[in-house]
Design a protein around this ligand. Structure first.
Ligand code: GLN
Length: 553
C-alpha cells in the first residue's frame, strides 16, 4: 500500500488538545487494522525539550532512545501503542542546524540557501524519511503552534508542497479550532472562520474541521462553519471537553470522523479491534467503583499537574486494571520544610496532611528546593508503613532517608543538594565529574535492569531482567552500598555491571510496600498494560485502605 499522510494543524490558540486529537485519530485507524506512525513538529528553536522548563511546557517525556521530548509524544505512545525515537520529533532547531551544517560543508554548491526550497525540502525529506522507514500505512503529522505564528510558516509551506506532490487520496488535512461560548452559552464560529481563512491564505484547505469547546455543537452551527470554511457539514466534528482523555477516540468515532478519513484516503477497514473500547469500559467502571484510594504526590511544580502527566496516566492505567478509583493529593514539598529544631511542629504539620492518604509517591525532580520536605515525607511513609513509590529523584531521596535514619549516616546527602555532606550517598560518577554541559551528561533512555531473586522487585515484575527508561545525572555512591544494605534496605535491581543501583526496597516485613526506582517506569505504562511498579503500588494502597477501613469500623 502507498503511504498516506494525515496532517493536523491548530487554530485560534494553543492548548486545545491537538496532540490528544491526533493520538486518538491514530488509535481509530489502528483499530481498523492500519499501522500508523506519528511525527510531532515543534516549531521552537530548541533541538529537543531536554532543557525546557516543565513549568512552562508540562513534563519532559523520555523516549526509549533517550530523546527528551514534548509530552505529546507520550500521548502518541500511549494511544497508538508505538515506540518512538528522536526522528519522530522535528523542531525548527533540528531542521536549521541540518541545513546550516550542509551549507558549511558546501553541499549546496554555491546556491543561495533559502527557506523555500532548502528548509522546506529538509522538512519534507525528514517527514518522508521517517514515514518510509517505518512499517506504517499512514503517517500522522502534528504541526505544533497555531496557524498564523511566524515559527510554523516553513512547516505549513512544506506540507502544502507535500499536498501537491501526493495523490489526492493520499493526503488529508485536519484543522483543530476553538468554538467558544458567550456568557449566554451561544457558540461563536468567528474565531474558527478566521483561523481557516489564515490557513487558506497559506494555500491549505482543511478536509475536516474538529471544533473544540465546552459544548456539543448542533447541526445549525456545524452548517455555518461548513459554509464559511468550505467543507461538508458532516466534516465538521464537534469535540467537547471530556473528563477522561481515553474517551476521545470514542467521541470522534461517534461524530463520524473515521468515515471521512477512510473515505478521502480510500481505505476499507481491515479489522475491528475493540480492545480500546473495552479498556475505556473498565476505566469507567473503576472510576465509578466504591473502592477509592488517595495517593499523595509530594513534589515541586504541583501548581502545574501537567509536569507529572505520565505519572498521573500510569496511576490511571493501574487503577483501571485493579478496579479502583485513585484520587490524587498534591503536596508542595517545600511547605513541609520548617527550620531545624522545630521537631514538635513537624509532627503537627505532617499528621493532618497525610492522615487521609493510602499511599505516597515522590516523583523525579532536580535541585535543592523542596528536597528536605520530600525526605521528611518519605520518613513519614516509612515509619507509618504507608505504601511508598519513589521515582528517580524520589529514589535518591529515599536512599538518603534510609542512610540517615536506618544506617545512621547523619546528614547523608546528595552532592547535587550540598557539596559539603560528610556522607555523599548520592554522587556523580567519577567520569562525569568536571563535565559541565547541562544538555549532555544525563543517563537517558532505555537501559536493562537486573533484578535480584526473592525480592519485592521480583514479585512486582515477575521477571529477573527488565528494560526501563532513565533520565538522571546522579547515582548511588558505590562506597555506601554495603553500609546501607547491612541495615535492612536492599538494592534489589542494578545495571548489568552491578555497580549502578536501580531499585531500593526494604527487606522482609519491615514495610508493606517501600519501593523506589532510579528509572522512570511511568514512561512505559500503557492503557490496558500498566507499569508493574505502579500496579503493585496501587494494589498495596488498596490493601492499606482496606486495613484502615477495618480499623475504623
Ligand atoms: N536530580 C536527579 C539527578 O539528576 C534526579 C533526576 C530526576 O529525577 N529525573 O540524578
Amino acid at each position: 500500500m502507498k503511504l498516506k499522510y494525515i496532517v493536523v494543524t491548530g487554530g485560534v490558540m494553543s492548548g486545545l488538545g491537538k496532540g490528544i486529537t491526533m493520538a486518538s485519530i491514530g488509535r481509530i485507524l489502528k483499530n481498523r487494522g492500519y499501522e500508523v506512525v506519528p511525527i510531532k513538529i515543534d516549531p521552537y528553536i530548541n533541538i529537543d525539550a531536554g532543557t525546557m522548563n516543565p513549568y512552562q511546557h508540562g513534563e519532559v517525556y523520555v523516549l526509549g532512545d533517550g530523546t527528551e521530548v514534548d509530552l505529546d509524544l507520550g500521548h502518541y505512545e500511549r494511544f497508538m501503542d508505538v515506540e518512538l525515537t528522536r526522528a519522530h520529533n522535528i523542531t525548527t532547531g533540528v531542521v536549521y542546524s541540518a541545513v546550516i551544517e550542509r551549507e558549511r560543508r558546501g553541499d549546496y554548491l554555491g546556491q543561495t540557501v533559502q527557506i523555500i526550497p532548502h528548509v522546506t525540502d529538509e522538512i519534507k525529506a525528514r517527514i518522508r524519511g521517517v514515514a518510509e522507514g517505518s512499517n506504517a500505512d499512514i503517517c500522522l503529522i502534528e504541526i505544533g503552534g497555531t496557524v498564523g505564528d511566524i515559527e510554523s510558516m516553513p512547516f505549513l509551506e512544506a506540507v502544502r508542497q507535500m499536498h501537491c506532490e501526493e495523490e489526492e487520496s493520499d493526503f488529508i488535512l485536519i484543522h483543530l479550532t476553538l468554538v467558544p461560548l458567550t456568557t449566554l452559552g451561544e457558540p461563536k464560529t468567528k474565531p474558527t472562520q478566521h483561523s481557516v481563512k489564515a490557513l487558506r491564505e497559506l494555500g491549505l484547505q482543511p478536509d475536516i474541521i474538529v471544533c473544540r469547546g465546552r459544548a456539543v455543537l448542533d447541526e445549525a452551527v456545524k452548517r455555518k462553519i461548513a459554509m464559511f470554511c468550505n467543507v461538508k457539514p458532516d466534516a465538521v466534528i464537534s469535540a467537547p471537553d471530556t473528563e477522561d482523555i481515553y474517551e476521545v477516540p470514542l467521541l470522534l468515532e461517534r461524530e463520524g470522523i473515521a468515515t471521512h478519513i477512510m473515505g478521502k484516503l480510500q481505505l476499507e477497514p481491515l479489522k475491528d479491534d475493540r480492545q480500546w473500547m473495552e479498556m475505556v469500559d473498565r476505566s469507567r467502571a473503576a472510576a465509578a467503583s466504591s473502592r477509592r484510594i488517595k495517593v499523595a504526590i509530594v513534589g515541586k511544580y504541583t501548581g502545574l499537574e501537567d509536569s507529572y502527566l505520565s505519572i498521573k496516566e500510569a496511576l490511571k492505567h493501574a487503577a483501571t486494571e485493579t478496579g479502583c478509583r485513585v484520587e490524587l493529593k498534591w503536596i508542595e514539598a517545600e511547605e513541609l520544610e520548617v527550620e531545624a529544631g522545630a521537631g514538635e511542629r513537624d509532627k503537627r504539620q505532617l499528621e493532618p496532611l497525610f492522615a487521609d492518604i493510602h499511599g505516597m509517591l515522590v516523583p523525579g525532580g532536580f535541585g535543592v528546593r523542596g528536597a528536605e520536605g520530600k525526605i521528611k515525607a518519605i520518613e513519614y511513609a516509612r515509619v507509618k508503613k504507608i505504601p511508598f513509590l519513589g521515582l528517580c529523584f524520589g529514589f535518591q531521596l529515599a536512599v538518603i532517608e534510609v542512610a540517615r535514619h536506618i544506617a545512621g549516616l547523619e546528614d547523608a546527602n546528595s552532592t547535587e543538594l550540598t557539596a559539603t555532606t560528610p556522607y555523599p550517598v548520592i554522587d556523580l560518577q567519577e567520569e562525569q565529574k568536571g563535565v559541565n554541559d547541562k544538555g549532555g551528561t544525563m543517563r537517558l533512555g532505555d537501559y536493562e535492569i537486573f533484578i535480584r531473586g526473592d525480592t519485592l522487585a521480583e514479585r512486582v515484575y515477575q521477571r529477573r531482567k527488565v528494560i526501563e527508561r532513565h533520565r538522571h545525572r546522579y547515582e548511588v555512591n558505590p562506597g555506601y552500598i554495603d553500609v546501607i544494605e547491612e541495615r535492612g534496605a536492599v538494592f534489589s535491581g542494578t545495571d548489568r555491571s552491578g555497580l549502578r543501583m536501580e531499585i531500593l526496597e526494604l527487606e522482609g516485613d519491615q514495610h508493606p510496600f517501600f519501593f523506589a526506582t532510579q528509572f522512570h517506569p511511568e514512561f512505559k505504562s500503557r492503557p490496558g498494560r500498566p507499569s508493574p511498579p505502579f500496579k503493585a503500588f496501587v494494589e498495596a494502597c488498596m490493601r492499606y485502605e482496606a486495613g484502615h477501613r477495618a480499623v475504623q469500623i
